[in-house]
Design a protein around this ligand. Structure first.
Ligand code: NAD
Length: 499
């Protein structure tokens, strides 16, 4: 799609709409937020803050649609996903462009997240087999027992700003493939990507009410949490809100899976390949401007790795090209909002009060041609392992360096974290790798990997304050989450005794 076609598309969608019961509608609110391009601070449009009434309309439509959707054979349900996959491929460039416009990340990063989104659609296409139950014949004479999986009903998906194209797909394809109907509530900061995705969902001819989109913020989320018809909630966002959603969902008798924040530590041992480690670590810490829940946030160097890694990562941070994500030479875009930039810069300041040195300072950069919310890659040295900065999720392009004497001490520090989203180790020792894999307290582990993002056919794990619930998103966990098990015990007169 050329530039003017994209601009035309944006002009026609400057005010995000809700999609309820197969129709685009304007919500019952007069409260709107501006959607800002974080690279330029220009307005991309407006997003409505929908009310509890809008959630109720979506829940009713989804509940009505569920009656026949659950009876639609799984083999038929996945045909819509095959169509969706083709449409996503067809609109790949245009969707990536929208992600970059509203979220700030580079086009390559936007394409990366879309690829991950599509992988989830592909995996969910296997539902006819993955959703099968199991059975035992003759649990007693003439008695058989079976477990069948049935959909839950209406489910809701609430997502954060940092992956507007991917995170809804950790849930949506599995939810509908399993026979549920759903409501998606995207982040109010990046609503435009889902506007486009729902235009594609509309083109698949899914029955009305199977998928619904409601824009909004806290009021809409609270309405989801309290709505009697909504059976389950998939949430991704910061830990404080994840915990809140999990508690209120539980109090209202709902099933929920709530992925929270992170503070990901990476250990660099002296036997690591430092050139490779530096390249991968720079991508992990500064990719997506550090706004990834799997971003490396603390590098713990052990022994001699301190000198070699520190010099190399400082060089990589300084060399990174920062600018608009639409510029193909850009390696790192802006952070999401002015408030975010201010928060990140004040946390860098706080680190100095805790005794750290700012080895590479990314505050208040001058990015030629753009006046957006930029923070350049920043390296903090000698960060106090017991201080606040070592514990706080910065969610920006800031890497803290901590030096320790042994792998035991490094793993102990990893395990002191309140979070447990990801932990990685760089080494050439299999024994060290095994020890780390065995002992590290995090749900996603990387060995010589900087962003240990599970493929769609594995659960996106996460421990401690990084996850509230039992069943994670993606893969087999998603199928368990989006179905309820029914066990049937049947007695029939033994055939041989009838004659
Ligand atoms: P956020 O918690 O501010 O918002 C997430 C969602 O919650 C949004 O849809 C928002 O509208 C809603 N929300 C915000 N405040 C609310 C409130 N008071 N009551 C009810 N709902 C509310 O998160 P964010 O800033 O959009 O995203 C960044 C965070 O998400 C980071 O902490 C990051 O680590 C985390 N994240 C985690 C994962 C993971 O897999 N664990 C993945 C991506 C992002």
């Amino acid at each position: 799609m050329n530039h003017s076609a994209i601009a035309a598309l944006h002009n026609s969608e400057t005010t995000a709409k809700n999609y309820i019961n197969g129709e685009w509608s304007t919500p019952t609110t007069d409260r709107y937020l501006e959607v800002i391009n974080p690279a330029t601070t220009e307005s991309l449009g407006k997003v409505p803050l929908s009310s509890a009434d809008d959630i109720d309309r979506a829940a009713q439509a989804a509940s009505e649609a569920f009656k026949s959707w659950r009876r639609t054979p799984a083999t038929e349900r996945v045909q819509y996903l095959f169509k969706l996959k083709a449409l996503l491929e067809d609109q790949f460039e245009s969707l990536a462009h929208t992600i970059t416009l509203e979220c700030g990340k580079t086009l390559a990063e936007s394409k990366g997240e879309l690829r991950r989104a599509i992988e989830n659609v592909e995996v969910a296409c296997g539902i006819p087999m993955m959703m099968q139950g199991y059975n035992s014949e003759d649990i007693a004479r003439g008695i058989d027992e079976q477990m069948i999986r049935q959909p839950l009903g209406v489910v809701a998906i609430i997502t954060p700003f940092n992956f507007p194209g991917m995170i809804p797909f950790w849930f949506l394809p599995y939810a509908i493939a399993c026979g549920n109907t759903c409501i998606v509530k995207p982040s109010e900061r990046v609503p435009l990507t889902m506007q486009k995705v729902f235009r594609l969902l509309e083109q698949t001819d899914l029955p009305k009410g199977v998928v619904n989109l409601v824009n909004g913020a806290k009021e809409a989320v609270d309405a989801v949490l309290d709505h009697p018809t909504i059976r389950a909630i998939s949430f991704v966002g910061s830990s404080a809100i994840a915990k809140y959603v999990y508690s209120r969902a539980a109090a209202n008798g709902k099933r929920s899976q709530c992925q929270g924040g992170a503070k990901n530590p990476v250990i660099v041992l002296p036997d690591a390949d430092i050139a490779m480690t530096t390249r991968i670590m720079a991508d992990s810490a500064f990719g997506c401007a550090g706004q990834r829940c799997l971003a490396a946030s603390i590098a713990i160097t052990v022994g001699d790795a301190k000198e070699t890694f520190t010099d190399a990562i400082a060089e990589a941070a300084t060399a990174r090209t920062v600018g608009s994500g639409l510029d193909p030479t850009t390696q790192m875009g802006p952070v999401i909002t002015a408030q975010s930039k201010t928060r990140i810069e004040s946390l860098i300041q706080q680190a100095t009060h805790e005794g750290a040195t700012v080895l590479v300072d990314g505050r208040q950069p001058n990015i030629s041609g753009y006046d957006g919310y930029f923070v350049r890659p920043t390296i903090l040295q000698n960060v106090d392992p017991a201080g606040e900065i070592a514990k706080t999720e910065i969610f920006g392009p800031v890497l803290s360096l901590i030096h320790l004497d042994s792998i035991e001490a490094a793993i102990a520090l990893v395990n002191r974290s309140q979070y447990g989203n990801m932990a990685s180790l760089f080494t050439s020792s299999g024994a060290a790798a095994r020890k780390f894999r065995y002992e590290a307290e995090a749900g996603n582990i990387g060995i010589n990997i900087g962003v240990a993002a599970p493929m769609a056919f594995f659960p996106f794990s996460g421990w401690k304050e990084s996850f509230f619930g039992d069943l994670h998103g993606q893969g087999a966990h998603a199928i368990e989450f989006f179905t309820q098990t029914k066990v049937v015990v049947e007695r029939w007169q033994d055939w041989t005794r009838q004659f």
